[in-house]
Design a protein around this ligand. Structure first.
Ligand code: FAD
Length: 496
């Protein structure tokens, strides 16, 4: 490999969501410091799913200079405040995991302790009544720019999103190469990746390579041999069937995640269609039965027939190895239940830029990157396992999830909440206390006790505080427009 010069040659292998997000931020933020090339193959195509996001997407969009209104129009996006979990604890049950904070905490005791006390005294509404985003989602209402502002994300069309990003990147000087990568050349001395070799013989040399080749993991896995740490004993779902249908009802501001006997089903509302998918474990449900189940559950005209996607949950032991940084599916996959993959791409890219080495990446820089990446994805892993583990369903798939031994980190968290009503957000962890609480309570985990200090509060005062909080939220929600009406106005240019 030639020694890196000031102007770094960065090569992105793959043009799915990961590849185009990498291209977008590198071309936007590095300017003359980098010469960015993206290689993709229309024959191979991208995974074509990944349409539900979390609020961090908005900060990343700001970094790449995206105008929200333009983006919402271009990608057929709708707004997302939450995920509606249906049938998870048991059939017929429903809870909403929203992006909002719940209630107000004090330095000594978080809000849930007040709520648990108020509930014990018959003074509390459901937990979600103290969260603006929860109540707005439940009422299917939404607006940007209100006071207080809603914490929101988007649902978007993955194909349109990639095309939208591509247009912007090419305008920023990105070089795009179309064709199949037939081989990857390593420097015989250092072992670093030296070049991608295309099917037509063209060599694309680089100093740094992003592996965005999806589940194939051509660079990090096939070439550099970085091992995959398998998490399927905790998260055994390994198949998804994805299909698109026309919309039959106004778009709701949440993703639906509906449990079935061997996994769950998603429903993602966009402006122009609905994304549907069935996630399952092949040991408990065969592909034909899964297909029938999905077809029986969708509404609207079929725009594409179900497409099978095979996956394995787990992560590469190192996301960055030598001069190769793997993003998204090439670096690991937890499963899409909490829509975290696109976030993990974005956070990896921002971390890469913060650590950007001046020359050849040192072992210390790589170790720092990998350590943070490991902690982030392990936090997401534990959060997803929580949904599966705390269930009261009777089918073999669910019984096995309930009885499995969970990671110690999660077992300790569950014990803490069960014993004392306490929850926490660890360093480098994505999910906030409010998320852990909404899901633990939603999955019907009830604490045995809570903080004693809240018992000092006189009942009248507790009642008045709780009422004032939920009344204020209810009033704010009533003033919001229906989500679909907001989208219609927003895209016509009259809302903002
Ligand atoms: C069932 C399912 C549902 C999901 N839902 C969500 C969700 O709701 N929210 C979320 O955040 N994430 C979700 N994800 C994850 C999300 O889809 C991915 O994070 C995202 O699409 C990024 O994928 P990617 O770019 O890594 O891979 P891909 O989309 O597979 O792209 C791979 C790219 O590599 C190129 N390529 C591969 N091999 C070669 C080669 N030999 N030569 C040239 N080019 C090559 C392909 O052409 C393609 O451009 C979901 C994933 C699955 C499987």
């Amino acid at each position: 490999m030639t020694e890196p010069t000031d102007r770094r040659r960065i090569v992105i292998a793959g043009g799915g969501t990961a590849g185009w997000l990498a291209a977008a931020i590198l071309t936007r933020q590095l300017g003359a410091l980098a010469e960015v090339t993206l290689v993709e193959s229309e024959d191979i195509g991208s995974v074509g799913v990944g349409e539900s996001t979390i609020p961090t997407v908005r900060a990343f969009h700001a970094l790449i200079g995206i105008d929200e209104q333009e983006f919402v129009r271009a990608t057929g996006a709708s707004f997302k405040l939450a995920i509606s979990f249906e049938n998870w604890a048991h059939d017929g049950d429903r809870y909403i995991h929203s992006f909002g904070d719940v209630g107000k905490s004090t330095w000594m005791s978080d809000f849930q302790h007040f709520w648990l006390e108020a509930r014990a005294r018959g003074l509390a509404k459901p937990f979600g009544a103290y969260c603006l985003e929860h109540e707005a989602a439940a009422a299917k209402r939404f607006a940007t720019g209100g006071q207080p502002a809603l914490n929101y994300a988007y649902h978007f069309d993955a194909g349109r999103y990639a095309r939208y990003l591509r247009q912007r990147c090419e305008a920023n000087g990105l070089r795009r190469v179309e064709g199949k990568i037939a081989g990857v050349e390593q420097d015989p001395e250092s072992g670093d990746i030296a070049a991608l070799v295309m099917a037509n013989g063209e060599r694309i040399e680089g100093d740094l390579f992003f592996d965005c080749t999806g589940f194939r993991a051509l660079l990090i896995g096939e070439t550099l041999g970085v091992e995959f740490e398998d998490w399927s004993h905790w998260l055994p779902t390994n198949r998804a069937l994805a299909m698109q249908t026309s919309a039959t009802e106004p778009a709701v501001p949440y993703t639906r995640a509906i449990a079935h006997d061997a996994g769950w089903r998603w429903k993602i509302p966009l402006q122009h269609r609905v994304g549907n998918g069935l996630v399952y474990c092949a040991d408990y449900l065969d592909d034909d039965a899964a297909r029938e189940r999905l077809l029986a559950s969708v509404e609207g005209e079929h725009l594409i027939e179900p497409r099978l996607i095979r996956f394995r949950t787990g992560r590469r032991k190192a996301a960055w190895h030598r001069n190769c940084i793997a993003l998204s599916l090439a670096s690991g996959f937890v499963e899409p239940l909490e829509s975290t993959s696109i976030h993990l791409i974005m956070i990896a890219l921002t971390r890469f830029l913060q650590l950007l080495p001046a020359g050849r990446p040192s072992a210390a820089v790589i170790a720092r990157f990998n350590d943070q990446a490991a902690r982030e994805i392990e936090g997401v892993r534990d959060f997803i396992i929580l949904h599966y583990h705390l269930n009261d369903r009777q089918e073999p798939f669910w019984r096995d999830r309930r009885e499995m031994k969970v990671p110690d980190s999660l077992a300790e968290r569950i014990a803490l909440f069960r014993d004392s009503g306490n929850a926490f957000q660890a360093d480098h962890e994505l999910f906030r206390v409010a998320s852990w609480l909404q899901v633990m309570l939603g999955q019907r985990l009830t604490p045995d006790s809570h903080h004693p200090v809240v018992k000092l509060m006189p009942p009248d005062q507790l009642k008045a505080v709780m009422k004032s909080m939920s009344d204020t939220i209810a009033t704010t929600v009533r003033q919001l427009p229906p989500h679909q009406a907001f989208i219609d106005r927003y895209c016509a240019g009259s809302a903002g």
